[in-house]
Ligand binder design. Structure first.
Ligand code: FEO
Length: 168
């Protein structure tokens, strides 16, 4: 059984993951509307990853005999000035999520919930990958700048990304 505090913190994280999913879906639409289908695909894979994260926590709450309580999800932004701005926002958002995961680990330690702490270590590692993945895209986009041939090649590359459920 998990404590009320741990349960509430995990419920909040389910919501945060679902917000991430909606934010990335909004970004995917923004790219699709501009015929940047590779970028749109890359964002759709992000959407699936966030849903995977949310459901992993959802299942864990139930496994521990806790209670799932879903809250409302804030409206995500829908307008960005440029593809670079979108990707910069993804990087910023992932840094925020990393901070949330770290806060969750703090709660697990305060509650002396060693099982939750072990469970959350998966997310700690996942965030390292998440930040590295968007960081790579961001670095390449900065190199490309305003070069349209570079953007075209980048769009082709991002179109190849497929969702593979992260290993547990
Ligand atoms: Fe669920 Fe992209 O972190």
């Amino acid at each position: 059984m998990i404590s009320k505090k741990m349960n509430a913190a995990l419920n909040n994280q389910v919501n945060a993951e679902m917000f991430s999913s909606n934010l990335y879906l909004s970004m995917s639409a923004w790219f699709s509307e501009r015929s940047l289908t590779g970028f749109a695909n890359w964002m759709r894979v992000q959407v699936e990853e966030e849903q995977f994260h949310g459901m992993k926590i959802y299942d864990y709450i139930l496994e521990r005999g806790g209670s799932v309580s879903l809250g409302s999800i804030d409206k995500p932004e829908s307008n960005w000035g440029s593809p670079l701005k979108v990707i910069k926002d993804v990087a910023k958002h992932e840094a925020k999520v990393t901070a949330l995961v770290n806060d969750l680990v703090d709660v697990a330690l305060e509650e002396r919930d060693h099982a939750a702490n072990i469970f959350l270590q998966w997310f700690v590692e996942e965030q390292v990958e998440e930040e590295a993945s968007v960081g790579e895209v961001l670095d390449k986009m900065k190199m490309i700048g305003d070069d349209s041939a570079g953007m075209f090649a980048m769009d082709m590359e991002l179109g190849k990304r497929v969702f593979t459920p992260p290993s547990s």
